[in-house]
Design a binder for this molecule. Structure first.
Ligand SMILES: Cc1cc2nc3c(=O)[nH]c(=O)nc-3n(C[C@H](O)[C@H](O)[C@H](O)COP(=O)(O)OP(=O)(O)OC[C@H]3O[C@@H](n4cnc5c(N)ncnc54)[C@H](O)[C@@H]3O)c2cc1C
Length: 426
């Protein structure tokens, strides 16, 4: 037996890494580069303010994972909310999703949207996201909200995304559903009802972490090289770990760089994604205008942010506590945080989130890199082929970024459960 050999070596101690360890049990080791577990599901506490890495809210479609969540967190910690989300459109608030709430627009714009929706080219074929938007929703709905908003978020030409790039997270609606919504028959979206935790999303991570054998978790331990043929990895403290199975949850583009051969490096360069800069901001007073909204979408290029979330409205707190999200392309190096903060403060005033009487008491900035993977047909093929090649060498990809996909926390838990079962049955 080689020294430092483990049956299941898990790269990354975010939700996916912790979940797969939870379901596997037995001989595992997690290597996590940060000094605390949780990855993007961590929470920051700054005096009265509770901030995530951009708001992380819980919604479940599978009873099994909902039960797991409820069994690990105290009932008294849970806040249940019926989603209240808006779009800030030309100075007024329109309910989200835009496509089923066009009747809330000014009369001329409403008629324009309806006309374009009805007379859209129903026979048009489409394979990319932007062409799909025009084909399904017509010109006006696409150009007033869907195109500018998603361009701001994804920071890319939407022709580069696959038509199903957002999967079930995109609120599709046909003509009939748009008409029905005017009669107030509201179509459900995936997160109409969601749960949040008084101490932030990281509270669930802490409870999950407690269930693990924490002597099998190495924090502050960054993987710097992966030898896929000899089945070992090297870490920044000079250690070498051999494995039977390698489970990767670190972003696939970074994983490929760590493998480092020509083919992997070339694939890594091809992968497309955005980065999201998140400002968490705590003020001394409540917002006079935004009293109930949980989060609001901003399609206009006049503001640098695409979305603002209101922790205080979710947690039923008094003083304004928000997260602000700004999208950048992957090529953008050295995001100028000070400059973006100034633009954000200006934008928050323009849209009425803050006014001159409010003081910013606390703030922090987080760069999520990667944040949203750009899913395209061509990339799906390349990535799928690479996953197959790695699996032949007992290397398994897991999680939102390990599997290079768009998913939520529940999906990460489910993928981990499925993989653990597969490995146990081997
Ligand atoms: C803006 C935004 C908002 C979101 N909101 C929600 C929401 O409201 N609800 C929801 O359900 N989901 C939400 N998600 C999705 C959710 O964040 C992810 O599904 C989930 O956090 C992914 O967990 P993970 O463990 O797969 O990845 P990560 O959290 O990225 O974990 C990967 C881990 O690997 C570690 N790592 C990286 N490199 C190395 C290395 N070289 N060596 C060792 N360790 C390394 C990292 O430090 C990290 O801990 C959101 C995502 C984004 C981007």
């Amino acid at each position: 037996m080689q020294k430092n050999k483990v049956e299941n070596l898990i790269l990354g101690g975010g939700l996916s890494g912790l979940s797969v360890a939870y379901y596997l049990g037995g001989d595992y080791l997690i290597l996590e580069k940060e000094n605390e577990p949780g990855g993007y599901c961590r929470t920051i506490h700054d005096n009265d303010y509770v901030w995530d890495y951009a708001g992380h809210f819980y919604h479940f479609q599978t009873e099994k994972y909902k039960k797991l969540f409820l069994s690990l967190v105290d009932e008294s910690e849970i806040i249940r909310q019926r989603k209240n989300t808006k779009i800030y459109y030309r100075g007024r608030m329109v309910d989200y999703p835009f496509q089923t709430n066009i009747h809330e627009l000014e009369k001329e714009e409403f008629i324009e949207c309806l006309y374009d929706l009805y007379f859209r080219d129903k026979e048009a074929s489409y394979s990319d996201f932007l062409t799909m938007l025009y084909a399904k929703f017509g010109k006006a709905i696409t150009e007033k909200f869907l195109k500018p908003y998603n361009e701001k978020l994804y920071a890319t030409d939407l022709h580069n995304l696959d038509k199903d790039a957002m999967g079930r997270f995109f609120p599709y609606a046909d003509f009939e559903q748009v008409m029905k919504s005017m009669g107030k028959e509201v179509k459900k979206t995936y997160n109409d009802d969601f749960m949040y935790l008084k101490c932030g999303t990281g509270y669930f991570i802490d409870r999950l972490y407690e269930k693990l054998d924490t002597s099998r978790v190495k924090l502050g331990c960054e993987v710097i090289y992966i030898n896929e043929n000899e089945k070992w990895v090297k870490t920044n403290d000079g250690m070498t770990f051999y494995y039977e199975n390698l489970i990767n949850t670190i972003p696939f583009n970074n994983f490929l760089e760590l493998v480092g051969d020509k083919e992997s490096t070339e694939l890594s360069k091809k992968l497309s994604y955005n980065k999201v800069l998140v400002f968490n901001m705590g003020f001394d007073k409540p917002s006079l205008k935004y009293k109930n909204e949980h989060w609001v979408y901003y399609p206009s290029k006049e503001q640098n942010f695409y979305r603002v979330g209101f922790y205080n409205n979710i947690l039923n707190q008094d003083k304004l506590s928000i997260y602000v999200e700004i999208g950048f392309p992957k090529q953008k190096d050295n995001v100028d945080i000070a400059n973006e903060l100034e633009k954000t403060k200006r934008g928050l005033k323009e849209v009425g989130v803050i006014d001159n009487n409010m003081r910013l008491m606390k703030k922090n900035a987080i760069l999520m890199d990667p944040a949203y993977v750009h899913i395209s047909t061509e990339e799906l093929k390349l990535v799928g082929k690479a996953f197959g090649k790695f699996e032949e060498k007992q290397i398994y990809m897991l999680g939102r970024y390990g599997r290079w996909t768009y998913n939520c926390m529940e999906d990460c838990i489910q993928l981990a459960d499925d993989l653990a079962r597969k490995l146990k049955e081997k």
